[in-house]
Design a protein around this ligand. Structure first.
Ligand SMILES: [Zn+2]
Length: 327
């Protein structure tokens, strides 16, 4: 079953599938938490199904059963060994080899690459060679939160689907069905900028308290608190989660600078963004946002969490208070 806000894409896929006009490579991009991987998995399952219909995979055939059991010999994944790590060139080489072989079930092969930006330059170039001479009956499905970090030559080899944040009643109804409460669904969607899968995840984890801790630490830093001291309050939050939140908030603040306060769905955070914009201005916030991308890249090298958290808060302090982070 597709996510309700992906039905149009689902139908579009069928219009490509039936006359066999699918691309060799598809890049699905958009913000985290809007269902890109769910969509990619759905398309993969559909393509491998032996009796697909306009509604998707049949759910009854041998292929569908193998997919459900978690193993299909023609479905291959290219993912980092753990979250936040890079996809290595030897992983790509192994995938390239499989891509050249014919499908074991006699149908299509699906290569799912996620997140595509996790490929370093060597890995990306190795994949590019295969995309330039695509093997028959093979679909490369690339998923990316940051398509601008994917090698441009790879992007140009892919049909690109850029997914926006879903709007309207569907995401609210979907989340309300999971949470059993529509008010709560609206609240979590507000907190996550309308990203339903992130909203679901956050509602089920300790994210609520993490958000509060981070919010308070950043607010304190803006008011002149000592960054290293504030960093000790954030030891429960993983670096990837911390960077995700910080980057989200900076993006929100930048959007607010351009499109006004109503463009930010979470009214609780508007005062913080306003404060950032007053103290630092959009240009400086944009620099911080770019710095976040660099910190994110450092995660592959297992940095010291405490030190990097301090570094992040120091950078905020420097930008917001005009203090020297290296003093
Ligand atoms: Zn089937």
């Amino acid at each position: 079953m597709p996510l309700p806000w992906h039905r149009d894409l689902w139908h579009h896929w069928w219009t490509l599938y039936e006359p066999r006009q699918m691309p060799h490579a598809l890049l699905i991009s958009g913000l985290p938490g809007i269902g890109k991987r769910t969509l990619a998995r759905g398309l993969a399952r559909w393509l491998l199904c032996q009796a697909p219909t306009a509604e998707g995979a049949c759910g009854q055939c041998h292929s569908c059963h193998m997919v459900e059991a978690g193993f299909h010999p023609d479905w291959h994944w290219l993912i980092p060994e753990s979250e936040g790590k890079a996809i290595r060139i030897d992983q790509v080489r192994a995938l390239n080899e499989v891509a050249q072989q014919s499908a074991q079930q006699g149908g299509f092969k699906v290569m799912l690459v996620a997140p595509a930006e996790a490929m370093n330059a060597y890995a990306a170039n190795a994949l590019l060679k295969t995309l330039e001479e695509p093997p028959q009956d093979t679909l490369f499905l690339l998923v990316s939160d940051q398509p601008s970090d994917v090698l441009p030559t790879i992007r140009s080899r892919c049909q690109q689907w850029r997914l926006g944040v879903p709007t309207g009643a569907e995401p609210v109804q979907w989340l309300a069905r999971h949470l059993g409460n529509e008010d709560e669904a609206r609240l979590w969607l507000k907190r996550t900028g309308g990203r339903p899968l992130t909203a679901w995840k956050w509602s089920q984890s300790g994210t609520s308290s993490h958000l509060q801790q981070l919010f308070e630490a950043l607010e304190a830093v803006a008011f002149g608190a000592e960054p290293t001291e504030q960093a000790t309050r954030l030891t429960d939050i993983g670096l990837l989660e911390l960077l995700n939140h910080v980057q989200d908030w900076l993006a929100d603040a930048l959007r607010m600078a351009v499109a006004g306060p109503m463009s930010v769905r979470d009214d609780e955070r508007r005062p913080l963004y306003q404060q950032w914009l007053t103290l630092a201005g959009p240009r400086q916030l944009l620099m911080l946002e770019q710095q976040c991308r660099q910190w994110r890249q450092q995660l592959v090298r297992n940095p010291n969490a405490q030190l990097l958290t301090e570094q992040i808060l120091l950078a905020f302090s420097q930008v917001l208070r005009g203090t020297d982070a290296h003093a």
